[in-house]
Structures are given as C-alpha cells and as structure tokens.
Design a protein. Structure first.
Length: 318
C-alpha cells in the first residue's frame, strides 16, 4: 500500500533509526504525466538544438505515483493513486504502444499499490515497495508472481538497474510517519535474493534516479528537518555498485521533490517536481546533468507542470 502523500503539509514526525530510518522516484524519452493524465514525448535534441515535447494519447486511468517499465518497446503503467477520487489506490496496469499510440489494459497488480519502484530486467518488470512484497510481471504471459520480499519495507523510494541487478534506494515507511530511510538494497532476480549495500549518504524520499554506464545517480527529494517541516533537496549523489561507494556531485540548479528522472544520450534528465514542502508549486522545469562535464543545464520545459510523474526511455531513442 502507498504511504499517504500529504503533499508536504504539516504532519507530526519523529526521526527514528531502525536499520537506518530517517528514510526517500524512473528512465525515459516518453513521459507518462500522472497528474495531467497525458503521455508526452521528448525527442532527444540534435547537436546545438533543444528537444521538443509532443502530446500523445492520454492514459485511460488518470493517476499519480504510479510505476512504469518498458519491455519490447511497450510502456507498462502500474498502480498509482488518484487523490481527487477519495484517495483511491489502484492495482490497474495499462500498456502503451508508441508505434500505434494506443493503450490496452493488462493483468492487474496482485494488490493496490502506489509510490513504489519498478524496473525491467531481461523482459520482466519487477515492482518493489508494495509493503515488503516484490512482484514480477511477465508481459509475454500477462501474469504476476511473488518474489523474495524486500528486507526494508518502504515506499517513495528510488529504483535503478545496473548489470541486471535492481537497486532500491532511500524511501520512507508507513509508520512512524516521520521516518526516512537511506537504505540501499540490491535485488538479483537470477538468485531471487536481496543484499544490503552501503547506505545513501543523504536520507531522503521522493527522490528520482537514473543509471548511466555503471553508476546510479540519485537526485532531489525531501527529508524532515523539524517536527512539522520538510526540506526539499537539490542534492545529487552517485552510487558505484562495483566499489559499493557513494560520491557527491554538483547539486541541481533548482531543488525539487517528486520529479521524474530519465537518461537520454548519457545525460540525466530531471523533469518537473515541486519546489516546496507545504505548497505544491508544480514545475515544468527540465534539468539536465552531464556526467562527462559534471555540470547542469536547463532543457525545454514541459507544456504541463507536474510532479509524481513517470517516464521511460524507448529502445532506439536514447
């Protein structure tokens, strides 16, 4: 189940330390904007030119805080929530084919879930953060199976894949409401097992991430800094699974929470988000990090400001 997202409004917190609680979402060229219920396409920019946004077929079930994965060029929009509809949490799965610009309904998640993480490995989509559960979806058979549970149950986490291993990073538990994690845990689908990795240096949730080469980059998010206040972060940190180490990188120009992250042409795109904790000032910003130069630049803004969106890279469009 999804933690209740209070949009940064005041709620009591206590910072706890349980397996490192103090505790803090996925990769793209097509953005599934949860809040606006559209699909947008960001064409990679040619040399010396800006990218272009194009509106695509709307997602049938409008929702935020969903998970997405791409298999064989098809995007799978999984779960999510709709605060306007009595805070409905979905098990809905809908598949988008960019070749035909159409959506179809697929087998639902075993449980309603939102604000978690998902990633595709070898044609299977893995969803983590629905409580302790890990679920695997096979698009070929349109079936779900339960896999080894995540050691630290949490939502609002970041998920990335390097060398066919899934990394679950940061997040927060359902209780106590003020706890935040910096846990980093690795899931290997070949052995169906989890292993603990070195923790994320900055406790946070509602961050986003992307894998470039053999490194995972985690950007933004938020963390509690008082009994009734969260700090929105511009922090960027890089994880190297080969050495099991984290390193600091330059902070984003504009701190954001609930942004979408993706990788295009070896650069990390941080799209949208919110700049404040109490008032959700939605952003249309596109912030781009180049690991080659270790610098940030601004990209073409989204037509519709939003946060808790999701996007994925389609094969052949990196």
């Amino acid at each position: 189940m999804c933690n209740r997202v209070n949009s940064g409004r005041r709620w009591p917190r206590q910072t706890t330390e349980k397996m490192q609680p103090v505790r803090a979402g996925t990769q793209l060229s097509a953005l599934l904007p949860l809040a606006a219920f559209l699909a947008l396409w960001l064409s990679p920019p040619a040399r010396g030119q800006s990218g272009v946004w194009v509106t695509k077929a709307p997602m049938p079930t409008g929702r935020s805080s969903l998970m997405v994965g791409v298999v064989n060029g098809v995007v799978y929009a999984i779960g999510g929530r709709r605060p306007a509809a009595a805070d409905t949490i979905y098990e809905t799965v809908e598949a988008y084919d960019p070749k035909t610009d159409t959506w179809v309904t697929r087998a639902p998640l075993p449980v309603p879930c939102c604000g978690t993480g998902a990633a595709a490995i070898s044609g299977i989509i893995y969803v983590v953060g629905c409580g302790p559960s890990t679920y695997a979806y096979d698009p070929g058979t349109n079936t779900w199976t339960a896999r080894a549970p995540m050691p630290t149950p949490r939502s609002a986490l970041s998920v990335a894949v390097v060398s066919d291993v899934l990394y679950a990073i940061g997040g927060k538990p359902a209780d106590p409401p003020g706890a935040v994690y910096h846990s980093t845990e690795a899931y290997d689908p070949r052995s169906n097992s989890w292993a603990e990795s070195v923790p994320l240096p900055t406790y946070r949730f509602f961050a986003c991430d992307g894998a470039i080469g053999e490194l995972v980059y985690v950007a933004g998010g938020e963390r509690p800094v008082g009994p009734s206040f969260n700090q929105v972060l511009g922090t960027l940190e890089a994880y190297d699974p080969a050495t099991n180490t984290w390193g600091a990188r330059p902070s984003m120009p504009v701190p954001v929470r609930g942004a979408a992250c993706g990788v295009i042409a070896g650069k990390l795109y941080v799209v949208g988000g919110s700049r404040t904790d109490y008032t959700d000032t939605l952003q249309s910003l596109v912030q781009i990090y180049d690991p080659q130069t270790d610098t940030w630049e601004m990209g073409p803004a989204m037509p519709t400001p939003r946060f808790f969106a999701a996007w994925m890279i389609f094969p052949g469009r990196k």
